[in-house]
Design a protein around this ligand. Structure first.
Ligand code: V47
Length: 408
């Protein structure tokens, strides 16, 4: 049975902050004329203009051949139609409760063997301390992902969420990727819906988008053998959406995958979104090679990063948001991405470890003032959102949740 969630029919509503010229863009019937003329690209631009969906062949063509500026022009137009010149950010902290992991994904620099010197496990006291620090800094979200510890039972992971929630019930807990939920199902021999219900009962608010990597089984076998396969990842997100939990989706690019794998990945996400409407935002993740099993591969260029952001905006016509995750893109490229299809920068991101262990040179957290500067310089208006894309009405470290920025 296909379950249609209450979010299935989200519509664009004119934003308070959208500039006046957006209205004329929306009602304009003049087809986009590309800055770089190309007949094949113009056909795709015409499809976008009439609201026709791009197919697999269009995607592969764009990925392989489209000029970067033409891609950006098309993606930016769609981003402007949906969000005006608004760019979203949030105030969040990360918590990676353990780095010990049974898996050995070749792209991961964060994981540790059980008895290695770098291994760690957070105690309840350390979790409470992190939550109280988040509270003092005015964070609205805690993002929780970690390793799959050889010796920890399902109850240990439930306890992480419970301790956070009991310490400060107001903070939104975005926790556990599809891969972790799959591991919990393996540990308990229970269905995904049962796992998610247990987590929801102790305070889980939504799922982050990690663990998707690249869905293609051949690529997956090369970069994260034995980990949850694409069908499990998609089934888990479907189960979450059916329980009323929103989630995000990611794609790890710039390693051994090709254009076909990226487009196949995006279309699988688009299909699930057609079915449930439960995804909020898509986050393309650039591979960081340092300290990983693929350290011989170069980090993706800014050119590739911007192409993938734009391509994602064009292919994922049923996703409201495309996030330029500044931690991995770098502040400069993330800022430019706001003009190449992205409408969100993620957040202040205090205590991020996964990318920094893999050589990210970005700072360990940005202030709100710095996020505002980046957004304004890109010609956009910063809007603080919570995890569920509702406006945050803030006075220093205290805040209230306002209206959704996009309403049905
Ligand atoms: O699944 C791990 C990626 C993901 C590396 O939902 C790496 O809002 C690049 O899910 N180079 C976890 N990528 C991070 C994640 C996330 C991040 C930001 C926002 C959200 C959200 C979710 O990080 C993993 C994997 O794809 N990753 N190691 C690396 N060396």
């Amino acid at each position: 049975m296909i379950h249609v969630s209450p979010w299935g029919k989200l519509r664009f509503q004119q934003l308070e902050h959208a500039p006046r010229h957006i209205e004329s863009t929306l009602s304009s019937s003049i087809a986009t004329r590309l800055m770089i003329p190309d007949p094949q690209l113009q056909k795709i631009a015409d499809k976008l203009e009439t609201g026709e969906r791009l197919n697999f062949e269009d995607g592969v063509f764009l990925d392989r051949h489209a000029n970067l500026l033409a891609l950006g022009q098309m993606a930016h137009r769609i981003r402007q139609q949906r969000h005006g010149n608004v760019a979203y950010y949030n105030t969040n902290v990360h918590l990676n409760p353990t780095n010990v992991c049974v898996y050995r994904c070749t792209f991961c620099a964060f994981r540790s063997d059980l008895r290695a010197e770098k291994s760690y496990v957070f105690s309840d006291e350390m979790i409470r301390e992190r939550v109280l620090e988040a509270k003092a800094s005015g964070a609205t979200e805690i993002h929780v992902v970690g390793g799959l510890h050889h010796l920890k039972k399902f109850d240990w992971y439930v306890n992480v969420v419970r301790v956070i929630h009991e310490t400060w019930p107001e903070i939104h807990i975005k926790a556990w990727t599809g891969v972790e939920i799959s591991w919990f199902a393996h540990l308990t021999k229970k269905p995904y819906s049962w796992i998610l219900e247990q987590m929801k009962a102790v305070g889980l608010g939504s799922l982050p988008g990690g663990g998707a990597e690249i869905f293609d089984p051949v690529v997956r076998a090369r970069i994260c053998e034995h980990k949850a396969d694409s069908q499990s990842w998609l089934d888990i997100h479907r189960a979450a959406h059916e329980l009323g939990l929103r989630s995000n989706a990611t794609m790890l690019y710039g390693h051994v995958e090709e254009a076909e794998h990226r487009i196949d990945h995006l279309l699988k996400l688009r299909d699930l979104q057609d079915e449930t409407g439960g995804f909020q935002t898509f986050i393309p993740l650039a591979f960081h090679p340092e300290n990983t099993g693929m350290s011989h591969i170069s980090k993706p260029s800014a050119h590739m990063d911007l192409r993938i952001v734009a391509l994602s905006r064009l292919m994922l016509d049923n996703f409201d948001h495309i996030k330029a995750y500044w931690i991995m893109l770098g502040e400069q490229t993330a800022q430019v991405a706001l003009n190449f299809g992205a409408d969100d920068l993620d957040g202040t991101v205090v205590h991020e470890l996964i990318y920094h262990d893999a050589g990210a040179k970005t700072p360990e957290g940005l202030t709100v003032a710095e996020l505002h500067r980046l957004i304004r310089e890109a010609g956009c208006e910063p809007v603080e959102r919570d995890t569920l894309y509702r406006r945050v009405l803030r006075s220093g470290a205290t805040w209230e949740i306002g209206e959704p920025v996009l309403v049905s």
